[in-house]
Structures are given as C-alpha cells and as structure tokens.
Design a protein around this ligand. Structure first.
Ligand SMILES: Cc1cc2nc3c(=O)[nH]c(=O)nc-3n(C[C@H](O)[C@H](O)[C@H](O)COP(=O)(O)OP(=O)(O)OC[C@H]3O[C@@H](n4cnc5c(N)ncnc54)[C@H](O)[C@@H]3O)c2cc1C
Length: 368
C-alpha cells in the first residue's frame, strides 16, 4: 500500500479558501491536507472598510477557517511560515519543527510596505493583519475626541476606502481625517472621472486630501514630508503599498525584482513544480498583476484544479487573467462608486450590488 502523501497549504488567503471548499466537495484520496495559517479567521478584504465604517459586524467579514478545514478534512495549524527548504521539501515555521510536504501551495499575501520609511513600522498601523488593526481602531474610536487628527497614508483603493470609512465612523465626532496621497496622487491608475468624483466626495465629507508630497518619516507625534510642514496626528494608518514578506528571502524560491515569488501561468513556482503560489505573494509571468484580491479570488479554482492534477499526475491548466476587472469602492455613506472598462458609476444601487457580491463570497465559505 502506498504511504499517504501530504499537501501543505500555507496562508488562508482568498485562493486557499476556494481550494479548501473544493476539497470539501471532492476529497483527494491518498493525500492528507494541512492548512498552516496565522489566524483562525480569515478576513475578506472587500468588506473590511465596511467593518471600519460600522456597516458590518467584524464577524460578517471573517471566514471561519477551522470549520472550513474540518469540512475539507484538512488539519489546521495556527502558526507562521518562516522559511522554506525546497530541495528537502520542508516548510519552516515559528511554533514547531519544520513540516514536510509532497506538494506545497503558498497564499500568504503581501506585507505592509513600511521598511523604507523610518518610523512607519513603529508608529503607523498597517492594514494587515486586519484583526490587529480593527482591535486598535476600536480603542481609538472609543477614545476619539474633537480636534484629533487621523491620517491615512496611501490613496490607492484600500487607503481611499479606509479614509472614507473612518470619516463615516468618526467624522461626526469632530475627528479630522487626512488622506495623504503623496506624489502618486489619488487613486493612481483609475479613470480621471473616478478621481474627480472621489475628490469631490472627500471634500464634501470634510476629509482633507494632501497630494504632491511624499511622507519621509512617521514619528510618535505625526508625519514628516519631503517639502511640506509636519502634520501632527493622533493615529496614522499605513495603506501605502504592498511589500514581499521578509521570510521569502529565506525561501530559496525564484523572485521578481521587487521580491515576490515568480510563478508560471500554471501557478507553479518557476523551477519548482511541487510548489505553487497564488494571490499577492506571487508574481505572475510574463506580466505581474496588480496586488488586488480579485486576482487571488479568480486564481482559486485554477489553483484547486492544478493541485489536484499535480497530485494525480494529470495535465495542469494555465491561469489567464482578465484584462479588465470591476472595482467597487465603498464610500461609507450607504453608497459606492464603481469602474470597469473605463466607465464610472455610483450611487446607492452600486452599494447594494457590492454588498450582495461580498456577502455571497463570505457565505460560500461559511455554509456547510
Ligand atoms: C482595507 C482593504 C480593502 C481592500 N479592498 C479590496 C477590494 O475591494 N478589491 C480587491 O480586489 N482588493 C482589495 N484589497 C486588496 C486585497 O486585500 C488583497 O489583494 C488580497 O487580500 C490578497 O489576497 P491573498 O489571497 O493574496 O492574501 P491575503 O488575503 O492577504 O491572505 C493571506 C493569508 O495568509 C496568512 N498569513 C500571512 N502571513 C503568514 C505567515 N507568515 N504564515 C502563515 N500565514 C500567514 C494571513 O493570516 C491570511 O490568512 C483590499 C485590501 C485592504 C487592506
């Protein structure tokens, strides 16, 4: 009889929840499955600004990983990946001896890009891990007083949504929200009409938008800029960019110029057919994708198929990313703004639509 082989999934990212869901429906005979991840509940990013705005209870945006693993027949290890030895097929972790695998899949996401700005790691609150941010924001919100200033650094989709969510939650209590867009500006890469609509909305809601100057340092008292005078703050939320996690430096895996894991269209790591990677931690060849949850979600079914095919010695499928995708921004006021194919639309109906998509995503993984 052949010994049972081991599929090790690291990180409960958006692609892995789909992989577990598929294994719950169709088990993989002859294989045991382990999920090693940092937290027992996986946040669904699309709903996070809604949680901050007070539109959802935190539980509504958190996927219960233990029950998903139980349904998939997978063992759950709450631990952190620390490194990898691909030649020996060993994954190193913080809380125990290394884990051996026959097939490994990595969906651990990106890390906050704080390393290059002095003080950011010490004094700013990163968006991830989200449960940590939420706990801190809850305390800050309880203690919020008029005259306080909360800054959000980074005005991509996540930072902009976060600023609007904070303004919905704290604006009425007299807290000033400042969105620091830097030299990259507001919503880089988005249609001009979207930028104009968001800027108008921010102004109407009293959110101060600072553009054209980058943050050079975060201190215990505020934020310093290249040219502008310092900004005194009571809290700084760091939403500026995504960086490769440090442990990748000890992974022995092929990485792109920035440091993310290079994967073939089959989501196999270049030169490592037994290792797969998906979502923000990966860098797809030949053209890396933006770091957005939509790609991790779309990679989920291909990753599930390819892990099964690799386990059974069958043909793998390529992942073909869409060139246009829908982006819906929660504006925190019962409305949302959306864009696709250069078109921009907004209103209450866009929020209802976004709310439906997001609730459906989480419900898929919460129900038996
Ligand atoms: C506030 C906010 C709003 C956003 N809104 C959107 C949106 O509307 N649309 C969109 O497309 N994108 C959005 N994004 C971006 C989106 O969150 C990411 O692109 C997406 O989460 C990436 O998914 P992932 O599967 O790569 O990993 P993640 O969702 O980051 O999940 C990684 C998982 O790995 C675990 N993990 C991390 N490190 C380790 C480790 N060392 N060891 C073990 N486990 C580990 C984590 O606990 C987590 O379970 C938003 C981001 C934020 C912060």
């Amino acid at each position: 009889m052949m010994a049972e082989r081991h599929l090790l999934l690291a990180g409960a990212g958006h692609a892995h929840v789909e992989v577990l869901w598929q294994f719950a429906r169709h088990p993989l005979p002859g294989w045991r499955i382990t999920l090693l991840t940092r937290e027992g509940r996986a946040p669904y990013s699309g709903m996070l600004p809604g949680v901050v705005a007070g539109l959802y209870a935190p539980d509504q945006a958190l996927i219960d990983i233990a029950s998903l693993c139980a349904r998939a027949g997978a063992a759950l290890e709450l631990d952190r990946v620390e490194g990898l030895d691909p030649a020996a097929r060993l994954l190193r972790r913080t809380g125990g001896p290394p884990l051996a695998y026959d097939l490994l899949s990595l969906d651990t996401g990106a890390a906050p890009a704080v390393a290059h700005i002095p003080g950011a790691a010490q004094h700013a609150l990163p968006l991830k891990p989200f449960t940590g941010l939420l706990a801190r924001l809850t305390v800050l919100a309880e203690q919020a007083r008029p005259e306080q200033v909360f800054a959000v650094v980074g005005a991509g989709a996540a930072g902009t949504e976060m600023a609007m969510a904070l303004s919905a939650r704290l604006g009425r209590r007299g807290v000033t929200i400042v969105l620091i867009a830097g030299v990259a500006g507001l919503l880089p890469g988005f249609p001009e009409e979207m930028r104009v609509r968001v800027a108008t909305l921010l102004a109407r809601r009293g959110v101060r938008l600072m553009q054209g100057d980058d943050v050079t340092e975060v201190t215990a008292d505020g934020v310093l800029f290249r040219r502008s005078p310092p900004l005194a703050t009571d809290a700084v939320i760091w939403a500026a960019g995504a960086a490769p996690p440090r442990w990748l430096e000890r992974s022995g895996l092929r990485r792109d110029a920035v440091g993310f894991i290079q994967v073939e269209p089959t989501l196999q790591v270049v030169g490592q057919p037994a290792v797969f990677a998906a979502g923000d931690v990966s860098s797809l060849l030949p053209h890396p994708l933006p770091k957005a949850g939509v790609f991790a979600v779309r990679q989920g079914p291909i990753l599930a198929h390819n892990l099964r095919a690799a386990a059974e010695g069958r043909q793998l499928r390529p992942y073909d990313p869409q060139s246009n995708w829908l982006v819906l921004l929660n504006t925190g006021d019962g409305k949302a703004l959306g864009t696709r194919n250069g078109m921009v639309f907004g209103g209450r109906w866009v929020w209802w639509w976004k709310d439906l998509i997001d609730r459906r995503f989480v419900a898929r993984y919460q129900t038996a």
